[in-house]
Design a protein around this ligand. Structure first.
Ligand code: ZN
Length: 222
């Protein structure tokens, strides 16, 4: 059986390559019986944390006999180990191409389609934060994932466009607010580097709710 996991990951200055949100289809009974990976003991910070309204730890959306669950880590322990390697590889390596998905993996951990994107943040090292969108297919042959390339690439594209448009919109607002004020990021001291969530960067409390719903649509189409 193939397990598809959609994942948003990033490179955390404190925790290294980390997952922020992982979405998988789970049987409705697993949600009811809480057969989920406990998230409580794992390290997290503002930029790693899946920030949901009302401090919820996860989100589920039912679709027939299946439910889609999003939480900071994947539900299945086997996926957890495999995905960690994928996140490490996508974000540690000097990935030069941002415009196309990359594919890598092996039969054991499964194959992944990965797309890197960046969000400007003056308080981050290098004034930007680097994220990865990952679709991991465990238990499927490489060719099976190749067939999904177009659907996944399009979904990645639309998501990244959304993030970029939102960032531009916010930059315009902030430029208006600071009209006449001299703004130079180089004057920000090292101590100013701090973990920040995409929720804060995008000024959108419901960002991960939107992302979860979006991902559910994509996973449903696979
Ligand atoms: Zn962190």
């Amino acid at each position: 059986m193939t397990t598809h996991t959609f994942c948003l990951a990033h490179f955390c200055e404190a925790h290294g390559p980390s997952t922020i949100m992982c979405t998988q289809a789970v049987a409705a009974t697993a949600v009811r019986d809480s057969l989920l990976l406990p998230n409580a003991n794992l390290q997290t910070c503002a930029s790693c944390k899946l920030m949901l309204p009302d401090n919820a730890a996860n989100m589920t959306t039912a679709a027939g006999s299946q439910s889609f669950l999003s939480q900071q880590y994947p539900t299945h322990p086997a996926t957890f180990a495999g995905l960690k390697k994928v996140v490490m590889k996508s974000l540690s390596a000097e990935t030069t191409t941002d415009s196309q998905p990359l594919m890598f993996g092996d039969a054991e951990t499964g194959y992944s389609l990965v797309r890197i994107f960046r969000v400007r943040d003056p308080t981050a090292r290098g004034a930007e934060r680097k994220y990865a969108l990952i679709l991991n297919a465990r238990g499927a042959a490489e060719q099976a994932l190749m067939k999904l390339w177009d659907i996944v690439a399009e979904s990645f594209n639309q998501l990244i466009e959304y993030f970029h448009d939102r960032a531009l919109e916010l930059e315009k607002v902030s430029a208006d607010e600071h009209d006449g004020e001299i703004h130079n990021e180089r004057f920000l001291r090292r101590s100013a580097v701090k973990p920040r969530s995409l929720v804060e960067l995008m000024k959108d409390e419901k960002l991960f709710v939107k992302l979860h719903l979006w991902v559910c649509e994509t996973l449903r189409d696979l």
